[in-house]
Design a protein around this ligand. Structure first.
Ligand code: PLP
Length: 404
């Protein structure tokens, strides 16, 4: 039995991976069972911004694992406060609540928003509403899928959690009309990653900020994927010079080593949590805290954010120049680019499979979009090589169609 056959026998079929079995990673590179080398253009959905097995991340992980790994928060440790101080300083938030996965950080944000709605805004019991955007992706828990607009994400998982309103992404008037006296928060991605790197109109975040201020509503940004340098700034909200009231982070926060997430907020929101109101056995453990602290230090010292800004702009420009009928649109900010293919001509899956044969790993999202989100340590030469392969794949498919 091959490794893939065995996985299919024992592992739930809740993903549809490309047919490659990875055994090793280093920097932007991955190797499969047969020793074939691939350039990683996916970075585990942006969780590997630091690259695979970054030596400083490995050291931080191993040193802390050998010293003290898990304590629960029944006790204090020497690692939690420095981590949260650092992430609060970088993001401009007052306080943080550490969790593990992204979905848990979003769940925490939802609880915080409702808590604030009842305790501070004075919303009547069980009436709090949170407004979200069509096309959103915030994770896979039962409550989070309750406000997804993707049928696949929620079919047969009901009854779903009430208290959410979905409006069109990027439409500020739709958002304005959806607000009522029971609205406690707007929860939104500053760029929709899983929807295919969907970028809202310029000024949207600024307009949301103003709308929230005028209506006493919390603005909560989910930057689990867009944060920590992915868009060429530490946080996507910096592109519009605003600050949210709440912020979720995850993915790259774990430095490519382990799941680390948190919900950050201003003090008046966060201080409403009391002992017993929320928690997580593993959240904020010293191993995760040490790894995340080092991840933030490396992000800064290795200038990953600047690299994302510079090489992202370069790559976007180069892809947009490709003369082809296959591509409908190219969207991106920083090293986070979505190439939208015309489904009448080719599936994004086929493009990914052909790139894989040439040693580049990407992944389609929503049938038509191929995503380029390499580790932020990637070099210009590596990008040039990837672009060459990509152009050849596009040319191959186009030649086949012209022949047909
Ligand atoms: C990945 C992602 C999540 C969920 O994170 P998990 O760690 O998979 O639970 C939530 N929000 C956004 C924007 C994401 O990209």
């Amino acid at each position: 039995m091959t490794t893939i056959e065995k996985e299919n026998l024992f592992c739930a079929y809740n993903y549809h991976p490309l047919p490659v079995v990875l055994t090793k990673g280093e920097g932007v590179w991955l190797w499969d069972e047969d020793g074939k080398k691939y350039l990683d253009m996916m970075s585990a959905y942006s969780a590997v911004s630091h690259g695979h097995s970054h030596p400083r991340m490995v050291k931080a992980l191993c040193d802390q694992a050998a010293k003290l790994a898990i304590t629960s928060r029944a006790y204090h440790t020497d690692k939690l406060a420095p981590f949260l101080e650092k992430i609060c300083r970088i993001s401009g938030m007052d306080m943080a609540l550490p969790m593990n996965t992204g979905a848990e950080a979003v769940e925490t944000a939802i609880k915080a928003a409702r808590l604030w709605g009842y305790k501070s805004k004075g919303i009547a019991k069980d009436k709090a509403e949170i407004i979200v955007a069509e096309g959103n992706f915030h994770g896979r828990t039962t409550t989070v899928i309750s406000f997804s607009s993707e049928e696949d994400y929620k079919a047969n998982f009901g009854p779903l959690t009430p208290g959410f309103k979905i409006v069109d992404y990027g439409d500020i008037e739709a958002m304005r009309s959806a607000i009522t006296e029971n609205t406690c928060a707007i929860l939104i991605e500053p760029i929709q990653g899983e929807a295919g790197i969907r970028i809202p109109p310029a000024g949207y975040l600024k307009a949301l900020r103003k709308l929230c201020d005028e209506n006493n509503v919390l603005l909560i940004l989910d930057e689990i994927q867009s944060g920590l340098g992915r868009t060429g700034k530490n946080f996507c909200f910096e592109h519009e010079g605003i600050r949210p009231d709440g912020l979720t982070l995850g993915k790259a926060l774990g430095g490519g080593m382990m799941p680390v997430s948190c919900f950050l907020a201003k003090r008046e929101v966060m201080e409403l949590f009391r002992p017993g109101s929320h928690g997580s056995t593993f959240g904020g453990n010293p191993l995760a805290a040490a790894v995340a602290t080092e991840a933030l230090t490396v992000l800064e010292e290795d200038k990953l954010v600047e690299n994302s800004e510079n090489l992202g702009a370069y790559m976007l420009h180069e892809i947009a120049q490709i003369p082809t009928q296959l591509i409908r649109e190219v969207r991106g900010l920083g090293l986070w680019i979505g190439v939208d293919f015309d489904p009448e001509r080719v599936s994004a899956r086929e493009v990914c499979e052909r790139m894989m044969e040439r040693g580049i790993l990407s992944k389609e999202t929503h049938e038509t979009v191929v995503r380029f989100a390499p580790p932020l340590i990637i070099t210009r030469e590596e990008i040039d090589w990837a672009l060459e392969q990509f152009k050849e794949v596009v040319a191959e498919i186009e030649a086949r169609q012209n022949a047909a």
